[in-house]
Design a protein around this ligand. Structure first.
Ligand code: UDP
Ligand code: MG
Length: 339
């Protein structure tokens, strides 16, 4: 398929309140860089009027591409769907809510064109975010970096500009549980931070409730580290030692003629150990569940419709190509050699 100079990927989940303002500002920012751009707007199974706004955008401007997923697949997979369709030599990932200012694009393109592979936005200020969110985010990144062998930059979301080469590698990574900022760090190359002040959401409410944040954090930890599995061994060892010393204490007391009194201590000890065991099993379960889902090898996302003034058909072939190549990785063909 023919290339263009710049692609923008925007995941949208119920973003009717911001999409019009966003598309205007984004298109102006792109035009300041090149006229040869495309803006791929992915509707991640919205239940509001997001898709009809996207239809209007694509009908009014050939550079807009609308992608409607069949259902809500979550932010990371919506981004994946958009990325699989990009044609640009440079690709920008940006949220629809205008927290990441589109106007930074020309400066980011300058940095990328100086010979970098990835320019990632690093938040030096965050407006309109609760102290709770800031605290949990920063403790999470500290924990993740202790666990992961791939350094993952702190205060960094998915707002970033990447070269075609990086996006091609990203598109070839088959995993279902995607933590895209970590995957991009893993790819390597010349990556540079681009400091910026993050605005408050332009309108609407966050589409990342605590539940989705926890799910993303668990995906990040399980895809970038197996250390929690080893921690289970240490935890088991420590609690066995603890149990053993209690036993020793009881025997010594018994030999000295004291009856060790109290059911409360036994109950507390039993609950402590059952808690530890359940916790450790839960950690195993988090990994095991992901293994089960990965080996099923289902498509990462399901596309309902692609909308563009022309050439939308070619894109659907591209996506099917991506799905087919991912599937091949999951189920490699048997070698042709004779038995
Ligand atoms: N989003 C999505 N699917 C989801 C949740 C979010 O496509 O299931 C999009 C959302 O529309 C936005 C971006 O992901 O463009 C980031 O979400 P949001 O701004 O609500 O997250 P926050 O900035 O509050 O962490
Ligand atoms: Mg946001």
């Amino acid at each position: 398929m023919n290339k263009c100079a710049l692609s923008v990927v925007v995941p949208c989940f119920n973003e009717e309140a911001v999409l019009e303002e966003f598309s205007g500002r984004m298109a102006r920012a792109c035009a300041a860089v090149t006229s040869d751009y495309e803006i791929i707007v992915v509707d991640d199974g919205s239940s509001d009027s997001t898709w009809s706004i996207i239809e209007k955008l694509t009908d009014g401007d050939p550079r807009f591409v609308g992608v409607r997923l069949f259902r809500n697949h979550g932010h990371q997979l919506a981004v994946t769907a958009g990325l699989s369709m990009t044609r640009g030599e440079r690709v920008l990932l940006i949220d629809a809510d205008l927290q990441d200012p589109p106007e930074l694009l020309p400066a980011m393109v300058n940095v990328l064109d100086q010979g970098h592979d990835v320019v990632y936005g690093k938040r030096i200020a965050r407006m309109g975010e609760t102290p709770f969110k800031r605290f949990t985010a920063s403790s999470f990144y500290r924990l993740l970096n202790r666990l992961s062998s791939v350094p993952i930059p702190e205060d960094t979301g998915d707002f970033r500009l990447m070269t075609r080469q990086v996006v091609d590698i990203l598109n070839s990574m088959p995993e279902r549980h995607r933590f895209i900022r970590g995957m991009v760090s893993w790819i390597g190359g010349r990556q540079v931070a681009f400091p910026y002040a993050r605005d408050a959401r332009y309108a609407g409410t966050t589409k990342y409730p605590l539940r989705k944040m926890v799910a993303l954090a668990l995906d990040a930890v399980t895809s970038f580290s197996t250390k929690p599995l080893r921690a289970a061994v240490w935890l088991g060892l420590l609690s066995s030692m603890f149990a053993f010393s209690i036993l020793l204490y009881a025997i010594v007391q018994w030999a000295a003629g004291n009856v060790v009194p109290g059911w409360a201590s036994s109950v507390a000890t039993i609950s402590f150990f059952s808690g530890t065991q359940l916790f450790v099993m839960g950690v195993f379960g988090e990994y095991l569940g992901r293994v089960v889902q990965e080996i099923k090898g289902r498509p990462l996302f399901t596309i309902g419709e692609i909308r563009q003034q022309q050439a939308a058909a070619g894109r659907i072939d591209d996506v099917h190509g991506l799905q087919a190549s991912l599937e091949k990785r999951h189920r490699p063909e048997k070698s042709a050699s004779a038995p």
